[in-house]
Design a protein around this ligand. Structure first.
Ligand code: ATP
Ligand code: MG
Length: 393
């Protein structure tokens, strides 16, 4: 058995010893069957949060009202959640009410898709009431129960369906896709942050292009925080998303491929954190650079330069490895990282020139920096002094 499951077993066994039932549930069971990397092990149990806190020496109450307690065991955190049921999702954000139930099946039936509604017991027997394993085999996404009802309860599940479609390269079963079309407008009630989380996971997946194309066909793109509209037909699908390695590249790709009138307000409408907005804005500008000079590289940095080439190669479906190699080379030839690496400072310059301080000083420093970066001027102190003496405003 998988090592992570083995390591968690004592936690489940301990719950059983105390008279409760306990199961592996959700994403970890799905990922085990898919032979995918397992992020964390989630446990569902008939034990109430206060029981869990009593039984284990090290616990963290992370979501008692939803029935979740973290149990620390051998320096690993396990979320132990009491079997529960939720009533209708009145505000479309959080379940308005959580009830604890005694039955695993009832807990599994509140979950979104059949492959997320499987459990495994302490003998590693699969419990699969809704045909999740079959759906995994057929690479099919299907809600647990009536899709119209399930998407009305929680429209975020629409985004989760697209996310799983992209990440696992699956298709969405026909009743489920019809319900998505019907209920897409309910996405407007879901918080931007939660949509953005699912959207970026979708872009990180294996098939973002195909999924964006489907979202366009089903009109879901209209109900995102800002309507997404392709700049040219099929550009989402033709773009080589799998070449991208960071989220700032992914957001920049969305910008480059979509009709966007104002970059900043677009990024703000997705409620992205400021550090991400800044990164994307810089990358978008850097993308316009046709041929990188040493000074460009010095100003934007090697990482941004390489990112811009990655985007270019994904759009143009070309390799551009040689361009990246050349950028590495060019960057290694730049003798300084910042102005601090220049052995003369403002005081030295005043002494050498015997001038009064003024705006000329900034100008001189800027020119000197540029000459050094471009390799026209060596970092040798004598050479620099000589250059300063000859400098004229
Ligand atoms: P990952 O952790 O890889 O993002 P996951 O399937 O574990 O995927 P989580 O958001 O961690 O997703 O949720 C854990 C489990 O909780 C899911 O497998 C699913 O059973 C259930 N779940 C999560 N979100 C919903 C939802 N919106 N509606 C119903 N069930 C949900
Ligand atoms: Mg998870």
């Amino acid at each position: 058995m998988n090592e992570m499951f083995e390591n968690a077993l004592p936690v489940l066994k301990r719950l059983e010893e105390k008279g409760y039932s306990a199961y592996f549930v959700g994403g970890c069971v799905r990922d085990l069957l898919l032979h995918r990397h397992i992020k964390d092990i989630d446990i569902a149990s008939s034990a109430r949060p206060e029981d869990v806190q009593r039984i284990f020496p090290k616990t963290i109450p992370v979501g008692i009202e939803h029935g979740t307690v973290i149990v620390r065991h051998d320096s690993v955190s396990y979320e132990v959640t009491t079997f529960r049921k939720e009533d209708e999702y009145k505000d479309y954000r959080r379940p308005s009410n959580v009830w604890f139930v005694d039955d695993l099946k009832e807990d599994l039936s509140r979950r979104d898709f059949t492959f997320n509604a499987m459990a495994m017991d302490t003998s590693f027997q699969l419990i699969d009431h809704f045909g999740g394993r079959d759906d995994l085999e057929h690479k099919q996404i299907r809600t647990v129960g009536d899709p119209n009802l399930r998407f009305s309860e929680d429209p975020l599940r629409i985004m989760r369906a697209w996310r799983f479609m992209s990440v696992f390269d699956m298709t969405i079963e026909s009743k489920t896709i019809n319900a998505i079309k019907d209920k897409a407008h309910l996405l407007k009630r879901i918080s931007t942050e939660r949509i953005a989380i699912e959207f970026i996971k979708l872009l990180q997946g294996e098939q973002p292009g195909k999924v964006l194309q489907f979202m366009k066909k089903t009109s879901v793109l209209e109900y995102l925080p800002t309507t997404l509209q392709e700049k040219t037909n099929d550009s989402y699908q033709k773009f080589e998303w799998n070449k991208l390695i960071s989220d700032d590249q992914r957001w920049t790709a969305i910008l480059l491929l979509s009709v966007v009138s104002d970059v900043r307000s677009f990024l703000k409408s997705w409620k992205l954190p400021n550090h991400m907005i800044k990164k994307v804005e810089i990358l978008k500008i850097a993308f316009e650079i046709e041929s990188w000079s040493k000074m460009d590289l010095y100003c934007y940095g090697l990482e941004v330069a390489l990112s811009s080439i990655t985007l270019k190669s994904a759009i143009e479906k070309k390799d551009y490895a040689h361009v990246k190699e050349r950028l590495h080379e060019l960057h290694s030839e730049i003798p300084i990282i910042s102005r601090k690496d220049i052995p003369l400072d403002g005081q030295d310059l005043l002494k050498i020139t015997q001038r009064e301080p003024g705006v000329w000083l900034g100008k001189l420093l800027e020119e000197m920096e540029k000459e050094i970066v471009e390799g026209e001027l060596s970092l040798d102190t004598a050479a620099l002094k000589d250059w300063v003496k000859r400098w004229e405003p």
